[in-house]
Design a protein around this ligand. Structure first.
Ligand code: MIG
Length: 786
């Protein structure tokens, strides 16, 4: 806690109302209150130095409605939809009614202190016990009772309790059946959150530098809070569809012949794959933006071949630029004056893979522009996407393994700040420079950037992965818990190294991790330099067969996965979601971290333990179908079979699921869209299509298809509604209706939007499923089944 909690004044000495802020001043401190749409309250508390522009927040404050503000003696009361917020100089009470509940929730600020070397605040949590988010953190899943640090750090082979790690998102979500709120403490210096650990009813926040920036994010459900946080800090832009395919990486695939052989093996073995990654050995002496002349003498030809075979290639790029006066990138950076210097004016030199390196100041726009241009050479060779590593930043040659505090950044507004004050945004700003540069180099293409270090708001620039994890079942379980918490922290595009980076998984662990991978937004196998082979066929024929089927499932589910990405890009909600986001009224949903909701239709219960072929599954309210055989389940606990390769997947009754037939990669369009109707009297579902690569969807080149199934008076109808004008590549649309009697033949009447009727007859159903196929077109209007 700070040394000098402020004294409570008798009365407010000075309150100034502006259109978009209310400013209190007392002694030498200022408190600024702002509102962000829809209902986020921002309190900024500072001394002599005013706050710096946020790296995370992209929204502008809104006009504070006059009628919402009341000034009583010594306090200001703000009345909003979600509740009443009372502020007096030393204390703030946030009182609000989540989900329109009668008993108000409260979060109170008990005290705060803003001094030069320490910023702190104490929040009373009034009995709340469920806290999530905080980005990339290890165990436990519920952050109540723990204390953790925000300081981007490279820690290879981290344990399942290690803290801090590569990225920092200081956003905490409180969620339970009483309601939800978010607390975003926007400060990129080193900070700590003690959530009921030292005092069971207090969150203790402390930061080393900067100002106290408190955002109280309210909403009428946990999902509403996350959406509001996404309004504040931005949403993930749609990635190219190839980035949703299966991706194969290792440290490192080289030389060229080995990369080409890898690609050939995937195609010959009929295992779908979209992306091959090149780790640091593709470079010439680890010099960024170069190719090793021995290992990759003809990069353009190699990339042409890979492209012709349906592969995309992602190369790694680290921030350290080799200090070498004959190296073009170093020379150009020197000329532009964009490398970081220390307080004494000398360049900061740190050691990484290339030896002595200088580092670009990504917090400065001129540097980011320069950095973006440097990608030109690799982009012209045909590299499709980029992987930004080591950007915590990580250096080898000092005890703290990062930049020392006397490194000085120059921000866009020209101000100079010590590295310590902005450490946690270095990686995000690197990814930002990468993404924006790629956008300028090829404006018509959607960039793909993957980063290791990140901060709140980083979803706008890149996907992220959970760094150097370990090949163990404990890490498999941790990976899922991390996805769930990173997702509710605003970053949907997340993944971990399938199989675990350090170590070598046995066949069972690798297969189980692939099973989780099917539903992981970023589905990438990656491993450390000395690990055993980790291709899907590396564990013998029996496993190769299972692994192929698992990866095929990812490709069959692509229409759903792509739609889930699209929805997430619109709402900011996670793609892989904790149960409580869909079932906020269900108490049990808050404790379950080994099941998840994917998109909006699937409940997935992956196997995360070794040596088991069944597991218990909790199904929330409603009726559920086993995705594989259509067997129905009621809500509650069930023990279900889960042999290797068969992740238990359930579909909520009334859903319509869209799949396609298997393709070798997203470069080959699938010709058949498969629509499965998990019947109740009325089912519906929608699916989203666009070209998967360009930005034309922003100008209307997309199609959203809503399918409704209705059973009325014993007659069955399927009705279609289209929004948009993009024509997807499917030629055939195949329907599967569950729960039909066996051996029945049905008549199908298809009416198009011009009123033309076509007639089809189904084959007799063998398995209790009614199946039929018709030509796909955007003019389908209605299908009647007689
Ligand atoms: O010091 O580029 O997390 O994915 O394979 C290690 C080599 C540097 C760390 C990354 C890992 C990558 C490795 N890198």
């Amino acid at each position: 806690m700070g040394n000098n909690p402020m004294e409570r004044p008798e009365k407010f000495p000075g309150i100034k109302h502006n259109e978009k802020s209310i400013i209190f001043t007392y002694q030498n401190k200022t408190v600024k209150l702002e509102l962000f749409a829809p209902q986020t309250i921002h309190l900024s508390i500072y001394g002599k130095e005013p706050p710096r522009k946020s790296f995370a927040v992209i929204e502008s404050p809104m006009v504070i409605p006059e009628e919402a503000v009341k000034e009583n003696d010594g306090e200001v009361v703000l009345k909003l939809h979600t509740g009443t917020f009372t502020f007096n100089y030393n204390n703030a009470t946030f009182l609000f009614n989540p989900s329109g509940k009668n008993n108000p929730q409260s979060l109170s600020m008990e005290s705060m202190s803003v001094e030069d070397t320490s910023i702190s605040a104490l929040f009373g949590i009034h009995g709340a016990r469920n806290f999530y988010g905080l980005g990339e953190k290890t165990l436990p899943y519920n952050k109540y009772g723990t204390s953790c640090v925000m300081w981007n750090s490279d820690f290879p082979a981290y344990s399942v309790y290690h803290d801090p790690l590569y990225e920092s998102i200081p956003f905490l979500l409180k969620a339970d059946t009483h309601g939800a709120y978010g607390l975003f403490m926007d400060n990129p210096s080193r900070s700590t959150f003690d959530i009921g650990k030292s005092n069971p009813d207090i969150i203790k926040y402390q930061a080393d530098a900067g100002t106290l920036e408190i955002y109280l994010v309210t909403g009428n459900s946990p999902a509403g809070v996350i959406e509001a946080f996404a309004n504040l800090t931005g949403k993930m832009p749609m990635p190219p569809i190839w980035a949703l395919g299966y991706q194969q990486s290792r440290w490192s695939y080289y030389p060229e012949e080995r990369v080409l052989k890898l690609a050939k093996d995937f195609r010959e073995k009929n295992i779908p794959c979209d992306v091959i990654y090149l780790d640091i050995d593709y470079m010439n002496g680890y010099r960024c933006f170069t190719w090793s002349p021995e290992n990759f003498p003809r990069p353009k030809e190699m990339l042409d071949k890979l492209h012709a075979d349906g592969f995309k290639v992602v190369t790694i790029i680290d921030p350290g630029i080799k200090k070498d006066s004959s190296y073009g990138v170093y020379k150009s950076g020197m000329k532009e004056g964009i490398f970081l210097r220390k307080k004494d004016g000398h360049f900061y030199v740190g050691q990484v893979w290339p030896g002595d390196c200088v580092f670009p100041d990504f917090l400065n726009e001129k540097t980011r522009d320069w950095w973006g241009r440097e990608y030109g050479a690799l982009v012209r060779d045909g590299v499709d996407g980029f992987w930004n590593d080591m950007n915590e930043p990580s250096v080898f040659n000092n005890q703290k393994k990062t930049f020392p505090p006397d490194v000085v950044h120059k921000l866009d507004d020209g101000s100079l700040v010590s590295h310590n004050e902005v450490h946690n945004v270095y990686g995000m700003e690197m990814a930002r420079g990468t993404r924006e540069g790629l956008g300028r180099l090829e404006p018509e293409k959607r960039p793909f950037v993957l980063t290791r270090a990140n901060y709140a708001g980083g979803q706008r620039f890149s996907a992220m992965w959970t760094g150097d994890n370990f090949a163990s079942f404990a890490h498999l379980k941790l990976a899922l818990e991390m996805y769930l918490n990173i997702g509710v922290s605003g970053q949907p595009f997340v993944g971990s190294d399938v199989g675990g980076f350090v170590g070598s998984p046995g066949p069972e662990l690798f297969t189980r991790w692939l099973e989780l991978g099917v539903f992981t937004p970023l589905f990438r196998t990656h491993s450390v330099i000395d690990s055993k082979p980790r291709e899907p066929w590396a564990f013998g024929e029996e496993y190769e067969h299972i692994n192929r089927q698992i990866i095929e499932r990812r490709y069959m589910l692509l229409p759903e996965i792509y739609t889930a990405f699209h929805n997430s890009s619109q709402t900011g909600l996670p793609i892989i979601m904790p149960l409580y986001l869909s079932f906020p009224e269900d108490n049990k949903a808050y404790d379950i971290s080994d099941e998840f909701i994917f998109g909006s239709k699937f409940l997935v219960a992956p196997v995360l333990d070794s040596g088991v072929t069944s597991r218990s599954v909790y199904l929330p309210d409603g009726k559920w179908f086993n995705f594989y055989d259509g067997k129905t389940f009621n809500s509650g606990w069930h023990v279900v079979n889960a042999p290797l390769g068969m992740t238990p997947i359930f579909v909520k009754e009334g859903s319509i699921v869209f799949e396609q037939n298997v393709v070798p990669s997203t470069a080959t369009p699938s010709d058949t869209l498969i629509v499965s109707i998990f019947k109740s009297d009325s089912s519906e579902g929608s699916v989203y299509f666009d070209d998967g690569k360009s930005t034309s969807y922003r100008s209307g080149e997309f199609t959203s298809m809503l399918v409704k199934y209705r059973l009325a008076d014993g007659s069955e109808n399927i009705v279609f509604e289209f929004d948009g004008k993009y024509h997807p590549h499917y030629k055939i649309i195949k329907f599967r209706l569950l729960k039909e009697g066996k051996g029945v033949t049905r008549e199908i009447f298809l009416t198009d939007r011009f009123g033309k009727v076509s007639h089809y007859t189904t084959k007799p159903g063998q398995t209790g499923t009614l199946e039929f196929a018709i030509p796909f077109s955007l003019s389908i209007k209605k299908i009647s089944i007689k």
